[in-house]
Design a protein around this ligand. Structure first.
Ligand SMILES: Nc1ncnc2c1ncn2[C@@H]1O[C@H](COP(=O)(O)OP(=O)(O)OP(=O)(O)O)[C@@H](O)[C@H]1O
Length: 334
């Protein structure tokens, strides 16, 4: 087994944010790590990449217990690399950015050149070798960060939301790169994503996290909140600004899943406030098989699925304002 996690916990200021009695990850597969904001995906990735130690429990890597200190950790960090959600490149050429890890390993100039060119080729960025790393778009930066990771010839690459801040064309390119890493180079990939469709497309195995624990269900838009009633109307308060209508019969703290297909897009002209109506911004647009997924920020990140026709009639753009309505029938208490 590549990873076995036993009784693993991460505790921040007395709060348990990760609680995994048992988790196994096999070699040579692509794993999708799914879960709402704050469910512990990034925390788990930083432990799996040996950048952060668990508060309790044991991580076995290739069947050996990992000690999160000392020299052995350096060797493990070469085998496993994490590509951050917002990678930071140095203010120098793309070439030199990729070269950095290789210089540390004291490889000859010729060997370095070959590895850098190969890595940049794999991500389609060889033409950018002399460009300044700081002048690239989000998607290009992400691709260079992948090349930088690849240059270290790791056995495992972890991605934290690899396509969260890139446009659609880069998203497709990055998904293809990830697929090739697995298919051609046999690298084990673990990627966190909010996007169930992306996980379905890329991953052979899925791990669902909710509030730091693994969960079985593939629900989307999962939130916790307080259920309350006002007369005949029933609500769940998810945050200070976001209260959604729910069906009757619930009290106190509940978990809800909002079906992305039953959230309605309201035209700009339809003004007025009401239960379940929210204003926010478009964060990300993704073409999927069944339609277009719109990630919105309405005070909470909410994913909506629009039919292609509905999308083409709208003028949704990343960064633009959006008005939506949530209905009680689209909210499942789980
Ligand atoms: N350094 C830290 N100190 C205190 N709390 C933290 C720290 N890092 C993470 N947390 C908390 O741990 C929980 C899990 O966070 P984490 O970033 O792992 O979630 P996530 O699933 O990656 O979320 P997102 O999708 O928003 O990135 C959150 O409640 C977060 O506030």
């Amino acid at each position: 087994m590549l990873y076995s996690l036993r009784n693993l916990r991460k505790i921040y200021s007395g709060r348990t944010v990760l609680d995994l009695p048992e988790l196994f990850i096999e070699k040579g597969k692509i794993y999708g790590l799914l879960g709402p904001n704050g469910s512990g995906k990034t925390t788990l990735l930083s432990i799996l990449s040996f950048l952060d130690a668990p508060s309790a429990g044991t991580v076995f890597f290739n069947d050996r217990p990992v000690s999160f200190s000392g020299k052995a950790l350096q060797a493990l960090r070469r085998q496993v690399v994490l590509v951050d959600q917002h990678p930071i490149l140095f203010s120098t050429s793309v070439y030199k950015n990729v070269e950095f890890g290789l210089k540390v390993r004291k490889l000859s100039t010729g060997k370095r050149r070959r590895i850098i060119e190969e890595s940049l080729d794999r991500v389609g960025m060889r033409g950018f070798a002399e460009a300044d790393g700081r002048g690239l778009s989000g998607g290009e930066t992400q691709r260079v960060a992948i090349a930088r990771a690849l240059a270290c010839s790791p056995d495992v690459i972890l991605f934290d939301e690899p396509t969260a801040s890139v446009d659609i064309s880069n998203q497709i390119a990055i998904e293809n790169i990830i697929r090739d890493l697995h298919d051609d180079a046999g690298i084990t990939v673990i990627l966190s994503t909010h996007n169930l469709f992306q996980a379905a497309k890329l991953a052979q195995e899925k791990i669902y996290l909710f509030e730091g624990r693994t969960s079985q269900a593939a629900y989307e838009n999962i939130f916790s909140g307080e259920a309350f009633s006002e007369g005949q109307n029933h609500f769940c308060r998810i945050s200070e600004k976001v209260t959604i209508p729910i069906r009757p019969g619930h009290r106190e703290r509940i978990k809800v899943a909002l079906n992305p297909g039953s959230v309605k897009l309201l035209p700009d002209t339809e003004k007025g406030e009401g239960a379940g109506i929210f204003e926010g911004r478009v964060i990300q647009l993704t073409q999927e098989k069944k339609g277009v997924r719109v990630l919105t920020d309405i005070g909470i990140p909410l994913s909506i699925l629009l039919k292609n026709r509905e999308y083409s009639l709208s003028d949704l753009r990343v960064g633009n304002p959006v008005r939506i309505q949530v209905f009680d029938y689209g909210v499942e208490v789980i």
